[in-house]
Ligand binder design. Structure first.
Ligand SMILES: Nc1nc2c(ncn2[C@@H]2O[C@H](COP(=O)(O)OP(=O)(O)OP(=O)(O)O)[C@@H](O)[C@H]2O)c(=O)[nH]1
Ligand SMILES: [Mg+2]
Length: 204
C-alpha cells in the first residue's frame, strides 16, 4: 500500500552556528528534534529522519530511534545540503506526498500541518509538485512544505548534475502552489527556527 503522506525531518546539517549537534540541543526541556517528531507522531504520519552521512551523534540517534521507532536514514553524500536530505527521505519511504520539516522548528503544531495538508487537493488538480508557504514580504518556507513524489526524478537529476543545489532552483521546476504563511499560523511563530545558543534560551 502506498501511504498518501509521509514526513521527512531534515537533521543532517552541520549546525555550525549552534556549535554542532543541533537536533539534540535542548529547547524548553526537549531536544529540538523531538518537536517535529512528536507532531508527526500525533498525526499518525509515518516519517523518516535524515541525519548526516558521517554523523558523530550515533549514540543520540540510537536513543532517538528507540524512542520514536521511526525510520532513520543518512545522507548518501556529505555536505550537499537539504536537497540531499529530501532525496534520501523520499527514497526511504513510499508516499505520494512528503511533508518536509527542519529539525529546528520547536513551534510546529499539528493544526498548522493539517492546514498545509488540506492544500493537497488543489495541488493535485493544478499539477503542482510542491506546496510552499509564502510570507507577505515574499519570503518562502521551502523547508516547511510539501513535495510530491513525482518530483523525485527532477531532484535526482539536479543532484546528479551537482551544479545548483539550492532549494529555490529545485522548486523552480515544480510549478509550486504558494499558500499564505499566515493561513497556517496567524502569528507565524511555527516558522521560527533555532540557529544559535542564544536562541535556545529565548523560549517564547
Ligand atoms: N539531511 C540533511 N539535512 C540538512 C543538510 N543541511 C541542512 N540540513 C537541515 O536543514 C535544516 C535547515 O538548515 P540550517 O538551519 O541551516 O541548519 P544547519 O545547516 O544544521 O546549521 P548551520 O550550519 O548553522 O547553517 C536543518 O534542519 C538542517 O539539519 C544536509 O546536508 N543534509
Ligand atoms: Mg545551514
Amino acid at each position: 500500500m502506498v501511504t498518501i503522506i509521509a514526513g521527512i525531518i531534515l537533521s543532517g546539517g552541520k549546525g555550525e552556528r549552534i556549535g554542532g549537534k543541533k537536533p539534540f540541543r535542548v529547547f524548553n526541556g526537549k531536544y529540538l528534534i523531538n518537536y517535529p517528531s512528536d507532531v508527526l507522531k500525533s498525526l499518525k504520519i509515518p516519517y523518516v529522519t535524515v541525519f548526516a552521512k558521517n554523523s558523530i551523534d550515533l549514540e543520540m540517534e540510537r536513543k532517538y530511534l528507540i524512542k520514536y521507532k521511526c525510520l532513520i536514514s543518512f545522507d548518501l553524500i556529505e555536505g550537499k545540503g537539504p536537497l540531499m536530505g529530501i532525496l534520501c527521505g523520499m527514497r526511504a519511504l513510499n508516499a505520494k506526498w512528503f511533508i518536509v520539516l527542519p529539525c529546528d522548528c520547536p513551534y510546529v503544531t499539528k493544526e498548522a500541518l493539517e492546514k498545509l495538508i488540506a492544500n493537497i487537493e488543489i495541488a493535485e488538480k493544478n499539477n503542482n509538485l510542491c506546496i510552499i508557504p509564502k510570507h507577505e514580504n515574499g519570503y518562502i518556507e521551502p523547508l516547511f512544505a510539501l513535495y510530491k513524489r513525482d518530483s523525485l526524478h527532477i531532484l535526482n537529476k539536479i543532484i546528479m548534475e551537482d551544479k545548483n543545489l539550492s532549494i529555490r532552483y529545485f522548486i523552480s521546476h515544480l510549478n509550486p502552489l504558494y499558500i499564505k504563511a499566515e493561513e497556517l499560523d496567524e502569528s507565524k511563530r511555527i516558522f521560527k527556527n533555532i540557529n544559535t545558543i542564544e536562541e535556545l534560551k529565548n523560549v517564547e
